[in-house]
Design a protein. Structure first.
Length: 223
């Protein structure tokens, strides 16, 4: 399927979702049924859905399906207010423990669709013209990597950490630490991670993620 055809199908889906078509109780109908209704192949449909996911219009959850909108923030006990009891550097400690492991698993389990979506997100982050836009695509990349591991508990832990990261104080500190030069460096590191995943090299992916997070922590310490 050409890029133009994929874009056209994505637009058709986007319009349908906005009108409530192809959706039941917020969940997109089964892929097989959706493909039949649109008279397209499953592969073409997945490419269009991948594009909508990179745009943040839908989200997927293993074993549950595809949903319209943005994923809900995990509601874990004692999560509310946790950001006032911890520091960004404690959060980085946790990230440095779980995300390199997730990158290792992603090199073993990520589908080509996952990899293509992650690469698209990284390039959009690299081309971002505002801090908010960079943060949006950076977060989308890390989220998609976590989802590509296909481990529900890993994903829940990752999303809990992300919920704390979205607190205002944490966001302000990230913004003050991200210069244009640093964003270029972080984007190059993102590409290293994706390349290792695509080449199915678990150790390289793990090491690349660890280097990336170490650079993020170093930048935070300079603020």
């Amino acid at each position: 399927m050409t890029e133009f055809a994929t874009q056209a199908l994505a637009e058709k889906l986007k319009t349908g979702f906005a009108q409530g078509d192809f959706v039941k109780d917020g969940r997109v109908i089964a892929e097989r049924t959706l493909a039949e209704q649109l008279d397209v192949g499953r592969r073409a449909l997945r490419k269009a859905l991948d594009q909508l996911e990179t745009e943040g219009l839908i989200w997927r959850r293993q074993g549950q399906g595809t949903f319209v909108g943005t994923p809900p923030t995990p509601r874990l006990r004692k999560l509310e207010g946790l950001a006032t009891k911890t520091s960004p550097f404690e959060i980085m400690e946790v990230r440095q423990e779980i995300e390199p492991s997730m990158a290792r698993f992603a090199a073993l389990r990520a589908s080509q669709g996952d990899i293509d979506a992650m690469r698209s997100m990284v390039e959009k982050a690299a081309r971002a013209t505002t801090q908010a836009e960079y943060e949006k695509w950076d977060a989308a990349f890390h989220q998609r990597l976590a989802e590509s591991v296909k481990n529900t508990l890993f994903l829940a832990v990752f999303e809990a950490v992300n919920a704390v990261r979205r607190e205002a104080a944490w966001a302000r500190l990230r913004e003050s630490s991200h210069s244009d030069t640093l964003i270029e460096e972080l984007s190059a590191q993102h590409r290293d991670i994706i390349n290792a995943i695509e080449q199915r090299d678990p150790k390289r992916a793990e090491d690349a993620m660890r280097r990336h997070l170490s650079e993020v922590e170093h930048a935070l310490k300079q603020t």
